[in-house]
Ligand binder design. Structure first.
Ligand code: ADP
Length: 164
């Protein structure tokens, strides 16, 4: 079975990477889909986000069934395009659940052959989001504990750029 994991990943965090690793052990194939949303302003380009995810996945031992694509349009349409019949989403708190329930229900109405499956965040990552990391980096705080080590410097440098 092939699953997709859609999101913004602006940038990927250890919370995202944990979901990717766990999903990779449950499915034959996992496609991380960076969904391009023209209405959302992101700090990193989709190409940079894709490369950062690919570099981060390399650090996962024994994981070789994950690929990364850049998608656009409706998530269910793109999921179908890549041949996935499951959508993975992560849930950190009840606040995530309300939004995710709405999205998952809408997606089920749009395509009843694609199921949304939720993985709950590990407690150590339940506070973690790309926005929190960017906010800390923007204020020159230490983000090492929150990101895959290979992308820490790039995120720090990028946020310094925002300061200029
Ligand atoms: P989106 O803009 O689609 O919400 P995100 O990149 O913010 O994209 O998140 C993608 C998915 O990963 C969402 O399902 C989100 O709930 C989940 N996620 C984000 N951070 C974490 C985390 N720390 N632990 C587990 N899941 C997470």
């Amino acid at each position: 079975m092939k699953a997709c994991y859609p999101g913004s990943f602006d940038p990927i965090t250890l919370g995202h990477l944990d979901i990717i690793e766990r999903a990779s052990r449950m499915f034959d194939e996992v496609v991380v889909m960076i969904m391009h949303n023209p209405r959302k302003t992101c700090a990193f380009s989709v190409e940079d986000r894709k490369r950062m995810i690919e570099e981060s996945i390399e650090s996962l031992e024994g994981v070789n069934n994950v690929s990364v694509v850049i998608g656009s349009g409706l998530t269910v349409d793109y999921a179908k395009k890549v041949g996935a019949n499951a959508i993975i989403r992560g849930i950190r708190a009840v606040s995530d659940y309300e939004y995710e329930l709405q999205q998952a229900t809408a997606n089920l109405m749009l395509n009843h052959e694609i199921e949304t499956l939720f993985l709950i965040a590990k407690p150590k990552y339940s506070f973690l989001s790309s926005s929190v990391v960017k906010e800390i980096a923007l204020n020159k705080g230490d983000i090492k504990a929150f990101l895959p080590s290979v992308i820490v410097k790039e995120v720090e440098d990028k946020m310094v750029e925002f300061h200029r």
